[in-house]
Design a protein around this ligand. Structure first.
Ligand SMILES: O=P(O)(O)OC[C@H]1O[C@H](O)[C@H](O)[C@@H](O)[C@@H]1O
Length: 524
């Protein structure tokens, strides 16, 4: 893949206006030198422990031989199915790396009982499970680990031969007892910037990805990214992200270019910029997205190519990007940090993520069985004055502000309920506004920060379901089914509370298949 970045229209105007300022303030070289003062005094404490990602090379060089050695060992034992349990920054990068190299890595980033079951009950005899968590205390990851440990034991397999941990040194998970290996990551790198640390490299490397090539690619333009001149692509991309009046970035991969990259970039940009009522809303979409046919005035489209097209219309607003995956990770990380500087926010914290976790915990401790406001066939409606699904969706859509976006949050099984993703385009068509689609609880660790901390522009459609075939979480007083429901209700409660005041409609499907069909029909 060739390396290139071209901006056009208003994105180009933004680059022209902001580049001289970025160069004058030496933003590129200061980030490369890990200068924590770039984002101002309020951000300094966090920045001073979060800039390790600008130089991942030495640590990666030491780590890779150990990963390859373990991979060989596992292969000799015919342990060829690699599952990764982890959320947000602990799973999005390895998912992209594996997809890019076309190696199988099964991602378990859910609490949907049907999906956890599907993953836990498949081919256990040849499965090795990587459990990744920087903090070592993420409830989803801990629950998935418990489910796998119990499943191995039930199958007469010693979990100590099958569990591999990736975590920060000293975290509650950093314990070699009862596991095959523990890989420590660099604590000075936050989750969403950790693609080239143990979090990105261990699971994808064990699954067979060419992690040496990836790390090599990531160093290709190190000097360019550290420079204070017009050739620094990250300054261009950061300035394009901060285009005035266009605070939404629609990401579309063209053809086979970097599959899944939009989902990774979405977490990086949403969690890094969406706070203090500001932010860039990333919209992971595709080249046929309705938004691109009739571009809303507040959206910058960003196209990711294998190779840049020969001709790019200079007038039409857009960002056109092409890079090898390792290089792309680095450019986007730098660019997001640059956008943070331009927006005047700290790109390394996620102040609003915790609120949803707290609300979910209190739901689990004292479950409140709320009565639906209305029932329409197999769909229960919560948070509406309407009595039918059609009317409830119309009521929600009517609350969209002019500069608003429609957010769909599906707390379902992203493998077997995948057709639900069609809702994204249907609502984009219907509303003429950008639409984000997130699988819960996965998105809580990604765009979840922006939805609560960014500009108050979103309206929210939560989709939950009853769990006929639930799964217990060993040694926990709640099941996966009650956990995922608590996570949805908890996040909905925070979104709609007095502080955030976002419109939220929850539809609960008492029958999944019939409910999904009804939703798709209603969205047309
Ligand atoms: O790696 P972990 O500590 O389990 O964290 C996983 C995710 O959790 C939180 O939601 C953070 O907001 C994310 O940035 C992080 O990637």
């Amino acid at each position: 893949m060739e390396l290139g970045l071209v901006t056009s229209g208003e994105a180009l105007a933004s680059v022209d206006a902001l580049l001289p300022k970025l160069i004058e303030a030496k933003v590129g070289s200061r980030i490369a030198a890990q200068d924590p003062t770039v984002w101002g005094p309020a951000a300094e404490a966090e920045s001073s422990i979060r800039l390790g990602w600008v130089n991942p090379f030495e640590a990666a060089g030491k780590l890779i031989p150990a990963i390859l050695e373990l991979r060989d060992e596992l292969q000799k034992e015919n342990l060829t199915r690699v599952v990764l349990c982890g959320m947000g920054g602990s799973s999005l990068a390895p998912e992209v790396i594996a997809a890019h190299d076309e190696v199988d890595l099964v991602i378990c980033d859910t609490t949907d009982p049907s999906m956890v079951k599907q993953i836990v009950e498949t081919d256990l005899e040849r499965t090795v499970v990587v459990v990744s968590s920087k903090s070592g205390s993420t409830v989803e990851t801990d629950s998935q680990r418990r489910a796998f440990t119990a499943a191995f034991q039930a199958a007469g397999i010693d979990p100590a031969t099958r569990l591999v941990l990736v975590t920060d040194p000293g975290s509650p998970m950093d314990n070699p007892e009862g596991v095959r290996a523990v890989f420590n990551a660099d604590p000075n790198v936050g989750g969403r910037y950790s693609a080239l640390t143990a979090f990105g490299l261990v699971p994808s490397g064990l699954a067979g990805a060419d992690i040496e090539a990836l790390v090599e690619e990531s160093g290709l333009i190190n000097d360019v990214l550290a420079s204070d001149d017009e050739d620094n692509l990250a300054l261009h991309l950061g300035a394009a992200m901060a285009t005035a009046g266009r605070d939404k970035l629609l990401i579309a991969c063209v053809g086979d270019a970097l599959p899944g990259f939009g989902d990774w970039a979405e977490q990086l940009i949403a969690e890094s910029t969406g706070k203090d009522g500001k932010g860039v809303l990333p919209v992971a979409a595709h080249v046929d997205a309705p938004e691109l046919k009739n571009l809303p005035a507040d959206v910058v489209p960003l196209f990711v190519y294998d190779e840049l097209p020969e001709e790019i219309d200079e007038e039409t607003t857009g960002v056109h990007f092409s890079a090898p995956l390792g290089t792309a990770f680095m450019i986007f990380e730098y660019a997001t940090a640059v956008a943070g500087y331009l927006l005047g926010i700290s790109p390394f914290d996620q102040p609003d993520v915790e609120a949803a976790k707290v609300a979910a915990r209190s739901m689990l401790e004292a479950p409140a069985a709320a009565e639906p406001d209305a029932v329409d066939g197999s769909v229960q409606l919560f948070g509406t004055t309407a009595s039918t699904l059609d009317a409830a969706l119309a009521e929600l859509t009517a609350k969209l502000p002019e500069d608003g976006y429609f957010a769909i949050q599906a707390y379902l099984n992203r493998t077997s309920d995948n057709e639900l993703q069609e809702l994204r385009d249907l609502f984009a068509e219907k509303t003429g506004r950008p639409v984000t689609f997130g699988w819960g609880p996965r998105f809580l660790h990604s765009t979840g920060q922006y939805h609560k901390g960014g500009p108050a522009q979103g309206v929210f459609l939560q989709i939950t379901a009853d769990h006929q075939d639930d799964l217990e979480i060993p040694d926990r007083p709640y099941s996966f089914g009650s956990l995922i429901t608590a996570q949805a209700i908890g996040d909905g409660a925070v979104l709609s509370d007095a502080e955030h005041n976002r419109p939220v409609l929850r539809v609960n499907l008492t029958d999944r298949a019939a409910g999904i069909a009804a939703l798709l029909e209603a969205a047309k």
